[in-house]
Design a protein around this ligand. Sequence first.
Ligand code: TTP
Ligand code: MG
Length: 358
Amino acid sequence: MKSSVNTNNNLINRSILHVDLDAFYASVEEKYHPEYIGKPVAVGGKSKHGIISTCNYEARKYGLHSAMPIFQATKLCPNLILIPVDMDLYIKESRKVFDILKSYTRHIEPVSVDEAYLDITKRPESGLFIANCIQEEVEDICSLSISVGISYNKFLAKLASDWKKPHGIFEIKPSDIPNILKPLQINKIHGLGKKGASKLNSFGIKTIGDVLKLNKNELFSLLGKQGTDIYDYIRGIDSRDVITSSERKSIGIERTLQQSIVSRNDVCKLIENYSDRLSVTMNEKNLRGKTVQLKLKTSSFKTITRSHSLDHYISTYNEINETAQFIFKSIELNEPIRLLGISCSNLIKSDLKQLDFL
Ligand code: TTP
Ligand code: MG
């Protein structure tokens, strides 16, 4: 397999960074409230969701994580400091970080409010040098901590940014592949999701090393098309480009759920949460869209996608949520849901002044 990687020079000669702020919302809160530093802090508690958005690394020691119900979080960590979400503040802080990133390249793909890919292939400096500069600048100018992954494709760069979190910098080189990945647990495979991981686990497949022993057909029969992508990714083959906002056709959020959900009410709550996050990301990227698409995957792997087009451009939480809930009303549910996605297409830049920067 290595030969097929090495023969494709275009794909191994790229220099791609994946950057991801550490415990982002919680870190912003610590920045403005230094008295919280060293104590377990979670951000969340909007009554409509009842889950935590994130928590700092101190709170993670108690087993807390994003999307955990608040009652469970406070049970695990009774001295938890719970702070309400202040989205305007996080967007303001995120913009400052993105201004730093944009000073290194215009070839940047924002993934969310705290995460982006940068293609720095054309820069003369090494990826490691730029990663260090970015980390220092984000710390000095924004007083925030960021982790940076460096590699020759998006899959590996994303894996690398997570390698030494928090405040990590890690590089994965072509010669490291596939050996460096072998000991990793399969939940490190981005996009696999809990369901996919537990399916593989049920066949005794626990590490990426185990996955490397499967051929493409076997992975396809276990995971469908995603399985064949994973077959390539873990061999260092990922030709996906870093897509700047101006090239983007749609923007969305899609997640395999940690637990399948049965009740319509729970799906509605999740739609609220995803609409909120999609709205934040769209505003971060100055994007507005006319078409909302809802995607559901059922426990028997049936995919339902429905969209609704409006006669005006939208980007706020209320607009996205209302449209997505409207679509959901037209869908009959007969089995549990294992994946939910909301996306917006027919996009325009809402602030043309920003066009130059992305
Ligand atoms: P993440 O980058 O996934 O998490 P994080 O930055 O808090 O922690 P780390 O990267 O160090 O692991 O998400 C970025 C922000 O997005 C996070 O601070 C809060 C928000 N978020 C939610 O609101 N709900 C979620 O389920 C997740 C995963 C994140
Ligand atoms: Mg983060």
